[in-house]
Design a protein around this ligand. Structure first.
Ligand code: F0G
Length: 375
């Protein structure tokens, strides 16, 4: 047998909705590193082990690839010729890539002016039909749902249950890497699919069926009966941007705003599933300001060398705040999902590093001075 890693469906085949004859559409997604923080943990960890699951290292730079390999595999097996999604950017980048791989059409609806440059570039060069609407993600989501009724297109947003099935594998990988479930799992929440998928994965590995299973599929082909791998599940802590925090408000937000454009979502589609994950795990939702989000994004890059996008940084920012307040107990094992790569959004990174470039003449004396000034 070849030792080559060939994607998360192959790795977790026995826990996913595929048959031996399914044509798998994969870009070798998954298998992302679980990195133990050193410098930040030493300063602010209060004895906790803090790990980040760096999902920015997936083929298109975000966790969406986990769901997309499963959703596109399923769509193709059902004979779909086209897929469609609304997106704040990452879903569109991922959908475009997997559609290209499968040789089918991809339509993406993106909010005008509120999508990070890298994500737009990905959707465009990967040959999707990019439709920019004068509205936000929630408008796009509403329209996409209408389109699935009137045109031959399969929705690959996370309301597609196969997306969540693929995404649950991140929880498997965390438990496989640690040899146990973490005590707490911290995660950004936008449309709320990912927190639901993680809870499904952690539950499945613990041999427990969540009260609200994150999948219509498992009602008839339930995999929760498979042997447990671990005996516990983490407390799920979900974080939202303050200007875009329907789970904190307790109702949808009409005009969400945040620098973390990936999670600029006011009407999350997986509302009930996400609440179930928080409640059943003894967790909760909290918010962070844009200022806090950018600060932690920079700290993570400066102090650990890990560059994630703003929406991702919120998971670590929230974890550190909850460690400081005692919400997360001293000495716990804490995992945080870093959902997307920082290179997705170079504009925000450069803007917040203003003054970071030293301009001098091309002379060795000037360079020497610059070095000595900064040692
Ligand atoms: N982090 C990043 C980088 C994201 O792109 C998203 C969602 C989330 C977190 C939130 O995950 O929606 O499952 O709660 N991005 C979607 C998109 C909405 O269109 O790319 P969620």
């Amino acid at each position: 047998m070849s030792a080559r890693y060939s994607g998360l469906i192959e790795r977790y085949r026995d826990r996913l909705p595929v048959t031996p004859s399914t044509r798998i559409v994969s870009l070798c997604e998954g298998n992302t590193p679980l990195i133990k923080l050193e410098n930040i943990a030493r300063k602010r960890g209060r004895g906790c082990e803090i790990y980040v699951k760096f999902e920015g290292l997936n083929p298109t730079g975000s966790f969406k690839d986990r769901g997309m390999t499963m959703a596109v595999t399923q769509a193709v097996s059902e004979g779909a010729q086209a897929i469609i999604c609304a997106s704040t950017g990452n879903t569109s980048a991922s959908a475009a890539a997997y559609a290209a791989r499968a040789g089918i059409r991809c339509f993406v609806l993106i909010p005008e002016g509120k999508i990070a440059l890298g994500k737009l570039a990905q959707a465009m060069i990967q040959g999707s039909v990019v439709i920019q609407i004068k509205g936000n993600f929630d408008d796009g989501m509403r329209i996409v749902k209408e389109m699935a009724d009137v045109a031959p297109v399969t929705i690959v947003n996370s309301i597609n249950p196969y997306r969540l099935q693929g995404q649950k594998t991140a929880a498997f990988e965390i438990v496989d890497a640690l040899g146990r479930a973490p005590d707490y799992h911290c995660i950004p929440v936008g449309n709320a699919g990912n927190i639901s998928a993680y809870w499904t994965g952690f539950s499945e590995y613990a041999g427990v069926k969540p009260a609200t299973a994150a999948c219509a599929w498992c009602d008839d082909q339930c995999k929760f009966e498979r042997p447990a791998v671990t005996d516990s599940r983490p407390v799920m802590l979900g974080y939202q941007a303050a200007g875009s925090a329907p789970f904190i408000a307790g109702h949808p937000i009409e005009l969400p705003e945040t620098v973390a454009t990936a999670i600029r979502i006011g009407n999350p589609q997986s509302w009930d599933l996400a609440w179930a994950a928080a409640r059943e795990s003894g967790g909760e939702f909290k918010s962070m300001t844009d200022e806090e989000i950018l600060k932690i994004q920079r700290e993570l890059a400066e102090q650990e060398g890990i560059f994630c996008e703003p929406a991702s940084a919120i998971a670590l920012g929230g974890a550190l705040r909850d460690i400081e307040s005692g919400r997360i107990k001293e000495g716990s094992v804490v995992t945080c999902t870093l959902t997307g790569h920082g290179l997705k959004d170079p504009d925000t990174a450069i803007k917040q590093s203003a003054g970071g470039v030293i301009e001098i003449p091309a002379e060795s004396d000037a360079v020497k001075r610059a070095i000595l000034d900064h040692l």
